[in-house]
Design a protein around this ligand. Structure first.
Ligand SMILES: *Cc1c(COP(=O)(O)O)cnc(C)c1O
Length: 374
């Protein structure tokens, strides 16, 4: 049992083992899956920046290092505004702490019923805000609408109802669609009228910018967004998301909040520096365009297969498709990994910055063969 991963006690040894077997098991190169874009590894230039940060000698800790300063400036340049930038380990922390900084415990946050903050953060926003409630709305294509927001805000105005304080949008959405600039502007307008702040969960912000082909500022502060959780992990970083406050007043004491939440990295340069590998030469956009293009290819090919139905317009790097139940199970048996959480045969197929066209083609060939053999 010496070579078996289960015989090893240390998890990192198991990971190394898996990496080696993954590389050697397949004639097609390293294994790729469609479960999530966070299954992908580190973009080479991001890794190079990490290594460079490690060879540049000692640096001050807790974010006072030159790398972190440089990346904050680069993000300010990118958005063409003097925003406040913070780095955290993951998206749950980014969203939870950003929302906590906008809310008192008696406030509420309006979001879509499928929002990651509602379904996938284990109550983090409620916990870190000391009790702010999430008020969810339905909406087509995973999107909030001005009317749905208005309905939740005006439903009650008494002290027994948690006072609405924030609208939280996910861009791109949890079902792979994107809010247009006009949609964001319309939501921000109602937010302003109702004295709500606008938060954007941008775990896949890059994919939305790539899709819409607009300047990142147009989708954020110029449209009325107050704080953006700018995702880097799914775009090719090893770890880390940036919390970008366009309304700098809202960032007051945010550093204390990060520290208290255990999100202040002492060797922060190793979270910030890899961003350079994405920001240089617009790699973040190129990675997102590639992932989006792979999803488009996946969607086009799937749409041609009898028995398969697309569930949403694939506007970013996700494809949601209804596959015959036995086909989905057979694909899993063959080793493909993807999430199934919509209906009985609804599958989410997520493409990453490194998804190869041949992986998509191979997957499609298997789906076609399995559908034909039914
Ligand atoms: C992945 C993701 C996040 C971040 O999740 P973590 O696992 O906490 O990094 C946040 N929002 C959305 C919509 C996501 O898909």
């Amino acid at each position: 049992m010496a070579g078996s991963p289960s015989a090893r006690s240390h998890p990192s040894a198991r990971l190394v083992h898996q990496a080696i077997t993954a590389t050697h098991d397949s004639v097609h190169g390293p294994t790729q899956h469609f479960a999530s874009d966070n299954y992908a590894g580190i973009y080479p230039e991001a890794l190079a920046a990490l290594i460079e940060a490690n060879t540049s000698g000692h640096e001050p800790a807790y974010g006072d290092d030159s790398w972190t300063q440089q990346v904050c400036d680069r993000i300010r340049d990118l958005f063409q505004t003097d925003c406040e930038v913070f780095f955290v380990f993951n998206g749950t922390a980014a969203n939870s702490l950003a929302l906590a900084s906008l809310c008192q415990s008696y406030h509420s946050v309006i979001c879509h019923e499928l929002a990651h903050i509602e379904t996938d953060e284990c109550g983090g926003p409620e916990f870190f805000s000391g009790g702010s409630k999430l008020l969810t709305a339905k909406g087509e294509n995973g999107k909030l609408t001005p009317d749905a927001i208005e309905e939740l805000v005006t439903r009650r105005a008494d002290i027994h109802y948690p006072k609405p304080k924030v609208v939280a949008l996910t861009q791109a959405t949890e079902v792979g669609t994107v809010y247009t600039v006009e949609e964001i502007r319309a939501i921000a307008a109602i937010a302003k009228r109702r004295h709500l702040k606008v938060h954007m969960d941008g775990a896949r912000f890059a994919n939305a910018v790539a899709r819409l082909n607009v300047h990142p500022s147009e989708l954020t502060w110029r449209a009325g967004v107050d704080v953006l959780c700018f995702g880097g992990t799914k775009n090719g970083l090893p770890v880390g998301e940036a919390v970008v406050f366009f309304d700098k007043g809202l960032a007051a004491d945010f550093a204390y909040r990060l520290k208290q939440a255990g999100q202040l990295a002492s060797k922060m340069r190793f979270i910030s520096a890899p961003w350079l590998g994405l920001l240089d030469n617009d790699v973040w956009l190129r990675n997102a365009r590639h992932a989006n293009a792979m999803a488009q290819l996946m969607a086009e090919r799937l749409a041609d297969i009898p028995g398969v139905h697309l569930l949403f317009e694939p506007e970013s790097n996700a494809v949601f498709a209804e596959l015959p139940g036995q086909v989905a199970s057979a694909l899993r048996t063959k080793g493909w990994r993807f999430y199934q959480f919509i209906g009985s045969g609804g599958c989410r197929l997520m493409c990453a910055w490194d998804t190869k066209q041949e992986t998509v083609e191979r997957f499609i060939d298997e789906v076609r063969a399995l559908c034909a053999a039914r």
